[in-house]
Design a protein around this ligand. Structure first.
Ligand code: TRP
Ligand code: ZN
Length: 818
């Protein structure tokens, strides 16, 4: 174990030296005492190693260093040389736009110095940084600045933390400063550091940060604990952001936003990620994970918290629809593929591969179910007990569950299946109404091999749409029946309201009942969910549905728009990717053709109605972020999309030229790129000329083109030669190559696969973490039509055969081929 960690960095482009002075002591509770210690270390040049001034017994081994003949307590001094200037993995200490920054979760710290790189080793850190003042005037690390002169500073972080929460930043930044006074009256300095040209895109992030502080106080009673909270935005970052204690490092995409450059979605995402990282200060930092198998302890819980934050501040129902749509599209797919794993994984080769939709999003659903069982008060009681017991500790998911259990006297034994089993549970509901006894019998059955404890939120509606009953059915057995008495007529049931459990539900709802729910349910999620089921039916099995009844219902809704965001979601068809999950064999061309055919029907029936709605909503707009204003823009812009597809190109080009916010500009741009028309190339050029200096907007410019149905493999190769393309910047690579892999019809062919494989092989050498994300595209190869199946398999085999294959990519490819 470690008492204190003292680090000294001498930073420079060609010679960076890291000295560490760490006081180790033997765990007093250890049964089998040993005088041996293994320290992690990767890609380090050892310069010197000393204990009490003498060189200890040590041996350099793969990925670390072995120390022997140790006493129970000692201070170890190690000097190493590292090469941040050559580090393209964006892990450990690296450079972005010439500035230095770090990423230590999960195993990045071992690329900085030899250390016990595990989350249950907590210590107090002191960090000295020296660097050329002219090039690197800003020198930051965790905690409080205790000494400073030009080119030399010392930071001290009084909180106990594992090394994955260590951070260091050095560079030339502009800063936006503000302050927040906590409930208990502490003043916290808030600082957002960005490259100088981005300073006019930081106000929204600052406001989001203050809203995060206030929300966590109000809803969870949790306050911030240091005197300073810093955020640094960098352009080169593998993930979204990192919750390093007191010094968050962000992918600049999730910090920089103003109305001219950010869409409504971007704003809400920035706020959500700022919130997410802030909320980690309690759920993740003050209470951290005992080992990485517990990752969902902090991530599932923190995603739940950020979802609630967004729901409290914006439209709760739309947030839920978006989250469930994402969960079903990405997490359900993961759970049905070769990399499926429980929310608490049991093994990994490369931990970075387990920052997944399952750990994050399914993990959040599991927390949400706990919240549903206990209610807000019970849940908060559990949180309180969790912090009382474990503040300052590294703990397990079981510790969290015990706190919830003990604070509420609620038994979670059966519930733990959610943490231990992979896969999406399937549940079937059958109903029977008995006219004579006026009773309604509901039988719910779990179809899979495991028994889950789960809540089914429901409502029963009468013929007028009035609610005759509502509540939560708690399922804890394989099969259970529920009786509802004194019902004069057979009700229309609304099942799984708000998606109260992350399951696949089969019910005996008739088409007519679904259409009734689309118009009449009081639960927005259920209205959306039912219409999505009908869109799927119309796309995949048109003979089983009479589309006029669906369209009649939609016409009523479109003629009397109550909630424009909801209407927008309802007339948005399931994505191709989502449809792929519902077919036996993926035929990318067929899926696209069938989906487009329904879009044509929609346009034929509602063309003029869409134009009316568009014209009505296309008025003055001061780009407010209220649910009403966001909703109006989203409905207007989906109408514009359909109208553009119907040939109203001038409308889109007009909006493109006159838009006064990025939501409108980008919607019209995407619409113009979705179909051949005379304005498309002009729009591409004009967009480029207007925004070429803006990194965030250029990512949109690249990805809009990559996703365009007119884009070809050769077109992508051209884009990759563009002066603004940058292979080592994950955001740019994701916009161009990642985007193209979602352009199914254009991507899925031999040339597309060859391009992707080339990129993956290059990433294997430069940034394996991103390589592993991209190679996952091939995970579902077995589900494609025979020709594409074979081609993808060949790609996987050729990747597996390359020399020096990284653990990251190996793990994915190996599991895909198994
Ligand atoms: N802990 C981060 C979050 O969810 C995730 C993260 C950021 C990350 N960077 C990473 C995970 C690099 C693995 C590797 O907020
Ligand atoms: Zn997180």
């Amino acid at each position: 174990m470690v008492h204190t960690t003292e680090l000294s960095f001498e930073l420079s482009e060609d010679k960076t030296i890291v000295s560490s002075e760490v006081s180790y002591y033997q765990n007093p509770n250890l049964k089998n005492k040993s005088n041996f210690l293994f320290l992690n270390g990767v890609d380090l040049e050892l310069i010197s190693i000393l204990i009490n001034g003498v060189e200890p017994n040590y041996k350099l081994v793969k990925d670390g260093l072995e120390l022997s003949d140790l006493s129970a307590e000692f201070v170890l001094k190690i000097n190493t040389r590292i090469h941040p200037e050559k580090n393209t993995s964006l892990n450990g200490l690296y450079q972005s736009s010439g500035n230095f920054c770090t990423q230590c979760e999960a195993h990045g710290f071992r690329q900085i110095t030899y250390y016990l790189d595990r989350p249950d080793v907590l210590s107090v850190f002191t960090t000295h940084i020296k660097a050329d003042f002219k090039r690197y005037p800003v020198l930051l690390s965790n905690g409080n600045l205790i000494e400073s002169k030009p080119g030399e500073v010392t930071w001290h972080d009084p909180s106990l933390k594992p090394c994955y929460l260590f951070a260091l930043v050095a560079g030339d930044f502009a800063v936006l400063e503000d302050a927040y006074t906590t409930l208990s009256g502490n003043e916290v300095a808030l600082k957002i550091y960005v490259e100088a040209h981005n300073i006019d895109k930081t106000q929204f992030a600052m406001d989001s940060l203050k809203r995060s502080f206030a929300w966590d106080e109000q809803r969870f009673g949790l306050e911030y604990d240091l005197d300073v909270y810093m955020i640094v935005a960098v352009d080169d970052f593998n993930m979204g952001a990192m919750e390093n204690k007191g010094l968050n490092i962000f992918n600049s995409t999730y910090v920089l936003a103003n109305p001219e450059t950010a869409t409504d979605k971007d704003f809400i995402n920035v706020e959500a990620v700022i919130g997410h990282e802030y909320f980690h200060n309690w759920t993740g930092n003050r209470v951290t994970c005992q080992d990485w198998f517990q990752l969902s302890l902090k991530e599932g819980l923190t995603v739940f918290r950020d979802q609630e934050f967004t729901s409290d501040l914006h439209s709760r129902s739309i947030k839920r629809i978006e989250d469930v749509n994402g969960l079903r599209t990405f997490q359900f797919a993961e759970d049905a593929g070769p990399m499926k794993h429980p929310v608490r994984p049991e093994s990994y080769i490369e931990m970075n591969n387990f920052y997944t939709f399952t750990v994050y999003e399914k993990g959040a659903e599991v927390i949400r179910m706990i919240h549903t069982f206990l209610g807000e008060d019970g849940f908060q009681k559990g949180m309180k007990l969790y912090f009382e017991r474990h503040d300052g500790q590294a703990v397990t998911i079981d510790n969290f569950i015990s706190a919830m259990n003990d604070a509420n006297d609620f038994n979670f034994d059966v519930f733990m299946t959610w943490y231990s089993q992979p896969g999406t549970p399937e549940v079937e509901i059958k109903t029977n109404y008995n006219v004579d006894s006026q009773s309604y019998c509901v039988t719910i059955k779990q179809l899979g091999e495991h028994t889950y404890y789960l809540p089914i939120r429901y409502g029963l509606l009468n013929d007028q749409g009035g609610e005759v009953d509502q509540g939560v059915l708690v399922l804890s057995e394989r099969e259970q029946s529920y009786h509802f008495n004194n019902l004069e007529h057979e009700p229309t049931p609304s099942w799984l309201r708000g998606f109260s459990a992350p399951i696949k539900l089969k019910s005996d709802l008739t088409l007519a009942q679904r259409i009734f729910l689309i118009e009449n349910d009081t639960d927005s999620f259920s209205r959306w969910d039912n219409v999505q089921e009908l869109w799927l039916l119309l796309i995949l099995k048109p003979d089983q549905i009479d589309e006029t009844s669906l369209f009649d219902a939609l016409e009523n809704i479109l003629n009397n728009v109550q909630d424009p965001s909801l209407v927008c979601e309802m007339i948005t068809l399931p994505s191709e990717r989502f449809i792929h999950l519902r077919v036996d064999e993926i035929d990318v061309v067929e899926v696209k053709r069938k989906r487009e055919a329904v879009i044509d029907q929609l346009i034929n029936r509602f063309g003029s109605l869409f134009l009316n709605i568009y014209t009505n909503l296309n008025g003055d707009d001061d780009h407010e972020l209220t649910p009403e204003a966001v909703g109006a823009r989203s409905l207007k812009n989906i109408c514009l999309y359909y109208l553009t597809k119907a040939g109203k190109f001038e409308l889109a080009y007009d909006q493109f030229n006159n838009a006064n916010c990025m939501s409108d500009r980008l919607s019209s741009f995407n619409a113009l790129l979705s179909v051949n028309n005379p304005y498309k190339d002009k729009a591409i050029e004009k967009f480029f000329e207007t925004y070429k200096k803006d990194v965030q907007v250029m990512d949109k410019w690249f990805s809009a083109q990559s996703l365009s149905p007119m884009m070809s493999v050769n077109g992508i190769r051209q884009l990759m030669k563009h002066e603004l393309f940058s292979f080592n910047t994950p955001n740019r690579l994701r916009s161009v190559v990642g985007g193209f892999t979602q352009n199914f019809v254009q991507f899925h062919n031999q040339e597309g696969y060859e391009l992707l494989t080339e990129v993956i092989i290059k990433l294997n050498g430069s940034n394996p973490q991103i390589g592993a994300r991209l190679v996952s595209i091939y995970n579902h190869w077995k589900r494609y039509t025979p020709e594409l199946r074979d081609l993808q398999k060949q790609q996987l085999e050729s990747i597996l055969a390359i020399d020096d294959l990284s653990n990251d990519i190996f793990e994915i490819v190996h599991s895909a081929l198994k």
